[in-house]
Design a protein around this ligand. Sequence first.
Ligand SMILES: Cc1cc2nc3c(=O)[nH]c(=O)nc-3n(C[C@H](O)[C@H](O)[C@H](O)COP(=O)(O)O)c2cc1C
Length: 544
Amino acid sequence: MIPKSGNRFLEKIMLKQTSHPGLRAPGTKRGRRAVPSRKRGREGWGPATLSARLGGHVTLEAHADGDIVACFDGHSVGLGKFSAGAADRAQGLRMGLPLGSFASDRRSIDKEVHRLVRRLARHGLLEYRLGRSPDGEDQVVIEPQLPDYWPRTPPLGDADVLVLSRFAYMRRRGNEMVLESPRAGALFKICDPKIATALAVLSTPQQIKRLRRQDGFPGVELLALLVDCQILFKIDPARDSGLRPAEGNDDLVLWDFHDLLFHARSTEGRHANPMGGVYPYAGVMAPLPAVRPRWPGKKIDLRKFSAAPPPYPPPQAGEGKGGGSPAAKLLRERHSTRSFDDRRPITLAELSRFLDGTARVQSRFSSRLDLGDGGPVVAYAVRPYPSGGGSYELELYLAVDKCEGLARGFYHYDAGGHALVPIGVRAHELEALLTGAAYAMAAPAAPQILITIAARFGRISWKYSSIAYALILKDVGVLIQTLYLMATDMGLGGCAIGSANIDLFAKMTGIEFHVEGPVGQFALGRGTAEAARPPVSGSPPRRR
Ligand SMILES: Cc1cc2nc3c(=O)[nH]c(=O)nc-3n(C[C@H](O)[C@H](O)[C@H](O)COP(=O)(O)O)c2cc1C
């Protein structure tokens, strides 16, 4: 798997390293962010102001023709044309431009600044600061984790009761304290320890009226920003019977904390951390050996045994000899194919056989759960591959680029009915999905078909605590090998893809990320003649 940067937002955040923001004319040196001085300016006691600020790695260039371009670590992105007045105001983005200063949209210059700021936000080039004075200390810095994050402050009244989400956590990052949640669109860097203390009180429900009286009260605006990010949520103490069921819906109740965090952080789309094969320790330590060094002691050499004919040959052993059975041959022939012959695309008949053999429901049965005093009847479906607890929580969604007899588009495979059901998606989303797969495989073009393996999380977490997400990932591995073997058997090519964008899938399907979402991907098609050949033993693999 190679580093992912198909998502522009992610790419830019990945590059974030140093603090060199500022607006500059082309050819001039990058400015340095003025470090807030404790001495400069007085930390007033008024309410904190929320400002938009350029990310530490970003500078803006204003060109004579009105174009403003954002530059960061060797990359640049055009933001459009703006008046000289707007370019001048944009200088404030170095230290922080109060969101309120251009919110009215009444003056055309405000509209322009608003447009510029929103564009910067969409490219992931902004952060937001809460502070009591423009040049004073930051109290909180908000770092977007979703490409479309925009700070919102839902109205909160004194009578409202708030509590921390069970998915929220605070941790040390470098020498900073950050407050995060897999549900949140942004991460909150807590710069003032008093705020951390004040937030800890919210582990039990608190009325805002009472919070206001507390020493170190962080202000209603921060609380509202945290409610918007689902780090805090409102409860009705008279109605809500427990905190877990009161937060979100049934689909959320089923998630354990670590499972949701693992899902959101080990996929693409809901965080801004570096992702994929970025070799973070290449310069620090040597890689582990490809094969584990042998345990000490006497060894039993298996080579002469594996070459011997099996004592009980399986009925359809084909070539008969141990290493030459059809299954062993298939396993040896299996390899990853990343380039596909678009002059001879996979056909609908082949796709149908492929899905029939790998994922189709073969039979169904029900069984009553024995929980001592009776239990519900649970329905099961038998399929060609094994699945933890017989749960079969995995669904196949097909992004079809080229398939003879099937229109380009996005489909769900109805494994029960052995049918494809088209799902209406926006063209640019289908394109993004296919392009992302090509990027992940370092392939010259999109695969003919990209299969997204999505999990219906609740199907498995309804039964299993602590191990639910781990079981899902194990099931994905089993299914991927099944897809590989069937593709090999049919003379088709395939390749597993280790990353998937859960935010993109949520947008395409309209299903919330915690209800059903991608946990793996598999590219499928007819390989080029070169890709169809298994790699020669001993030859180095192609880059991935
Ligand atoms: C879980 C998993 C994730 C993978 N992710 C990628 C990927 O993102 N991009 C890619 O080009 N290959 C990916 N591969 C393919 C491996 O690189 C490949 O299986 C491995 O190099 C061995 O080569 P072979 O499959 O040809 O035998 C993945 C394989 C697995 C099992």
